[in-house]
Design a protein around this ligand. Sequence first.
Ligand code: COA
Length: 371
Amino acid sequence: MNAVIRSTGLWHPEETVSNDELVECFNAYVEKHNAENADAIERGVVEPLNASSTAFIEKASGIKSRYTVDKAGVLDVERMRPRVAPRPNEEISLMAEAGLAAAKQALDNAGRDPKDVDAVICSATSMQRTYPCIAIEIQQALGIEGFGYDMSVACSSGTFGMISAINMIKTGMAKSVLVVTPEITTPQLNFRDRDSHFIFGDVAVAALIEAEDVAGDEGWNILSTRMVTQYSNNIRSNFGFLNASEDPEPVFEERYFVQEGRKVFKEVCPMVIELILTELGKMKLSPADMKRMWLHQANINMNMMIAKKVYDRDFEPHEAPVVLDEFANIAGAGSLVAFHRHHDGFEAGDKGLICSFGAGYSAGTIFLEKR
Ligand code: COA
């Protein structure tokens, strides 16, 4: 049984932080740090910190703004972390709440009732707790029978989750699967790190994957799927359940996101270009057969390079739409948010590609054809 991407849904926090706001806070922190350590800096015992700049952030990344679950905490120079209120067990968790809003929109966009759904996959970079699964919490909140589970493959979480759902449908395990990718990334970011303080934003995206016999004429056929992973330490998070048992317990800065940005750029771009061209070749298609590529949204320069090499020409913005200017890097949700926002103008038979890439390394391709 073939699978169809039937609909998608999106949620984002109300609050945004612009580059100027972020840089103003960061630079206030730098001034404070350098003033408090003036003597030690003078003696060469402490390194002075350097200021950040909006011009650098926009040029190096293309990011202009990001959504966050708590602007005040991020921009409080004494804190520089979002403030997330603990919730009692009886209340829905933050990740489930975000995922639920995106999932409801995906169901509404397809005119579906939760009773039509057989399974929920929650696939995201990090889970706010280990159990019960966030997916099961979303399943419960929607009143879905069947099953749910969580999975995680960093920036390829969304595509790998969708490919898992597609395979469930192909094997007859399910007729309708909700894939939810809530990426609450700003609490995982060190806002005191000049190299990365601008990178992430918060969002949740959901996709409803259905068997073709229940999808009617709507949605997108799946032409091919591919998942690739290749071990690299160049993007790393050491956050995990063992942290609390380690002596000394690692400080915040040692637990969370770090990257060798230039190495990532150099190694991931060729990997993704080759992957896309190989998959096109297997289907006996050429890049000219693709109307649009919905690429992972980490960095404008990566996307420009990948799209230019794949199309082998200059391309129009609508051929590789960008949402990272508004959202920043939204980890496993990026390519699907680009698809959600920019899928208009397709006629039956038009083809496109959802493509993720990032930590792991990991990359996923889902070639689509409009029904
Ligand atoms: N403000 C001002 N200047 C900054 C800065 C900041 N916030 N951060 C770094 N710089 C400076 C550096 O000090 C350096 O100066 P120097 O040349 O005088 O030494 C210069 O800018 C370049 O620094 P570098 O870290 O090499 O930046 P970059 O141009 O490689 O851009 C990334 C950084 C992360 C945007 C870039 O490496 C990249 O796009 N990587 C792709 C990977 C990615 O985005 N991954 C996300 C997960 S998939």
